[in-house]
Design a protein around this ligand. Structure first.
Ligand SMILES: [Zn+2]
Length: 341
């Protein structure tokens, strides 16, 4: 069953209110809505019909991709989602729909949605402030209609120049009072000339302004390490961080600094980063054994055909976590959220 059907088969979700901390807007909008937005805007898509588009967007365990091609090939799903979402109208609808859907399908009442503003303005053709304001209108609208609190996280990119990333931080600070709650560093660093030291001062600028810092790190062996993300960039939370299980010192640092890990089980599984279900069990049990705080997240729900209640069911059904361990993760997600309203 996919997430769109799930919504109708599960009209009133049971269970406690949930918090989602790690969800990319580019992979959060239902395919049918994306298809409709693309047509509204006259975007010429390289797909014969809706079903070809849906097959392309959906990444299942039968059609696994490695992290590099997932993020960087010209035919990666993010590329088309970013093209489709690159207008003020599309961004308003994107934020609205993602939060509304998370509430209806999984009783998510607190949600942080992340995106890269610099990838939504068609390389400067569209006004960045206009795109951001539209995303904030979507946030206002959904908070008016549903009992849900929404915050935006702006992503910096490892492959962007420092100047481009600095502009993103300045925009995040400018819109902090309106609902931008933090910044992230995303993208794949292998093959790029990325050095955490070069970006340290702009992360400090964000932190000094009161923004939360979450960083994609330790997702695979090739990515930025969790240690660098914490010590050089001041991360409060880490996206994934699963490589830390091989490093006692790193786990001690995470514990000492009170950093929370955003664990995304289905994403790690489908992108081949976890060594199957036994690998996911190993990761979770090592987190538990070492007293690390971690949360369950969807990462890219539409690509992976999941939502937060399906993720929670997945970790219980596959004995990755016990019910009481999952309840602890749910509480940690609420505590680690950057949303203070
Ligand atoms: Zn992510």
């Amino acid at each position: 069953m996919d997430t769109e059907e799930q919504e109708f088969s599960n009209l009133r979700p049971k269970g406690k209110p949930l918090t989602e901390l790690h969800l990319h807007a580019g992979a959060g909008l239902p395919t049918s809505t994306m298809w409709s937005i693309a047509h509204d805007q006259g975007i010429r898509l390289p797909f014969k019909n809706y079903w070809d588009f849906k097959d392309f967007i959906t990444i299942t365990r039968d059609r696994m991709m490695n992290l590099d091609s997932f993020l960087h090939s010209k035919l990666n799903p993010f590329h088309w989602c970013e093209v489709i979402q690159s207008s003020p109208e599309a961004m308003e609808r994107t934020i609205y729909e993602i939060a509304a859907k998370a509430y209806r399908s999984s009783n998510v009442t607190k949600i942080e949605i992340r995106f890269t503003p610099m990838k939504r303005n068609r390389s400067g053709e569209r006004d960045l402030d206009h795109i951001i304001m539209s995303a904030l209108h979507g946030l206002d609208k959904v908070m008016l209609e549903y009992p849900v609190r929404v915050g935006l996280i702006f992503c910096l990119e490892k492959k962007f120049s420092k100047n481009l990333n600095k502009i993103t931080v300045e925009k995040a600070i400018k819109y902090k009072e309106r609902g931008v709650v933090g910044i992230d560093l995303a993208g794949y660093d292998s093959g790029n000339d990325f050095h955490a030291d070069d970006m340290a001062d702009i992360f400090k600028m964000a932190k000094d302004a009161g923004l939360g810092i979450t960083i994609h790190a330790g997702e695979s062996k090739e990515t930025l390490t969790v240690t660098d993300a914490i010590l050089k960039l001041g991360a409060d939370r880490i996206g994934h961080g699963i490589q830390c299980i091989h490093n006692q010192e790193e786990m001690a640092l995470i514990r000492e600094k009170g950093v929370t890990l955003e664990f995304c089980p289905t994403s790690n599984l489908i992108l081949g980063l976890a060594d199957g279900i036994p690998g996911l069990r190993r990761i979770a049990s090592t987190f538990v054994k070492n007293n690390l705080k971690f949360t369950i997240n969807t990462d890219d729900p539409v690509f992976f055909q999941t939502n937060l209640s399906m993720e929670n069911k997945f970790v219980l059904d596959n004995k990755i976590l016990t019910k009481s361990q999952l309840n602890r993760c749910i509480a940690w997600a609420d505590q680690a959220s950057f949303i203070d309203y």
